[in-house]
Write a protein that binds this ligand. Structure first.
Ligand SMILES: [Zn+2]
Ligand SMILES: [Zn+2]
Length: 325
């Protein structure tokens, strides 16, 4: 198991939180003091990595099937440099495996018109793996300078120029660090986690793996800045920039504070098979009602709808006399 991350003293100029690998303060740019040898040890870690999606989990001797928890592909054991960057807080599983299985069945049975009618009956669950996926959570204060054109104050022309400066605070921005989940899947799962349940140790079903953090911190910061920029742009257009229509919205953001927590978030990855094809479904680890995934589409039902629409068009054409003679 990886040990806790060593504590790092804050920036000497602005007291912002620093991370072990920072060469400069991310807020004020002050160089960090060189650390004593051995403080940031580049330890190596043994991991199990998927050859298909690249996700890696901690190696364990008792792990039975050498299959990827996310995609079921073949994995190999690999020695890698430990990025000193593992979860600081775990959200516990509050949905148990039976409930997760029931949630999958509910998802398959609920249907929607284009699903095959016997789906819940014929689908066979092939695997169900409880997992923690990695994510950074950020709190950030930003100074935003912006320029934009809007319809406010535009007399005869369509647009008038505006500019301003403002300050935004963002809470709990989740930036996924998972390689096994798609960004879309992470975005679907993220709003359903209850942050007040954070714990220092993982608590969940037996055999649950923890996906490792791997993207570098500088990569994560870049993602945060992009996210902060996007969110600032959205917020500016909800009441900060005068007017109702906008164009050429340009923003420059400067972080004034940044706090990062590395989170491990619980999810069940289920795979089921229906008529020789495998599908993946995610059941949220803290809310059994949050189920996301793939389901087959009934070709017959699609064909029936298409035929029905064609028939209607034909009838309409006949009625208007286009085809009559
Ligand atoms: Zn600083
Ligand atoms: Zn995989």
């Amino acid at each position: 198991m990886s040990t806790a991350t060593p504590e790092v003293a804050p920036c000497r100029r602005c007291a912002s939180a620093l991370e072990a690998e920072d060469l400069r303060c991310p807020i004020c740019g002050l160089m960090t003091p060189p650390r004593a040898h051995g403080t940031v040890e580049r330890e190596t870690a043994k991991v199990v990595r998927c050859e298909n999606c690249g996700a890696s989990v901690e190696y364990s001797v008792e792990a039975k099937a050498p299959r990827c928890d996310y995609c079921g592909s073949v994995t190999r054991v690999e020695t890698t440099v430990d990025p000193v960057e593992q979860a600081q807080a775990y959200l516990p599983f509050t949905v148990d495996p039976e409930a997760a299985r029931a949630a999958l069945m509910g998802f398959l049975g609920k249907g929607g018109f284009f699903r095959p009618s016997g789906l819940a009956r014929e689908a066979s669950v092939e695997s169900m793996r409880p997992l923690w996926w990695p994510a950074w959570s950020f709190r950030a204060g930003v100074d935003v300078s912006w320029t934009a054109d809007s319809d406010a104050g535009a007399r005869r022309s369509d647009w008038a120029p505006h500019a301003g400066r403002t300050r935004f605070d963002f809470d709990d921005i989740i930036v996924p660090a998972s390689r096994g989940l798609k960004v879309k899947e992470c975005e679907a799962l993220a709003p359903h986690y209850r942050r007040d349940t954070e714990e220092r140790e993982p608590r969940g079903p037996e055999g649950a793996n923890i996906e490792r953090f791997e993207a570098t911190r500088s990569g994560a910061r870049r993602t945060v800045l992009e996210t902060v920029e996007r969110l600032s742009r959205e917020r500016l257009q909800q009441g900060v920039i005068p007017g109702r229509r906008f164009r050429n919205v340009h923003v420059a953001v400067a972080l004034s504070s940044l706090y990062t927590t590395r989170l491990a978030l619980p999810v069940y990855v289920l795979a089921y098979r229906y008529r020789d094809k495998a599908y993946r479904v995610l059941v949220h680890g803290q809310e059994a009602g949050a189920v996301f995934g793939e389901a087959p589409i009934s070709k017959w039902r699609v064909a029936a709808v298409v035929a029905g629409v064609l028939l209607l068009v034909l009838v309409a054409l006949l009625a208007t006399g286009v085809l009559g003679s």
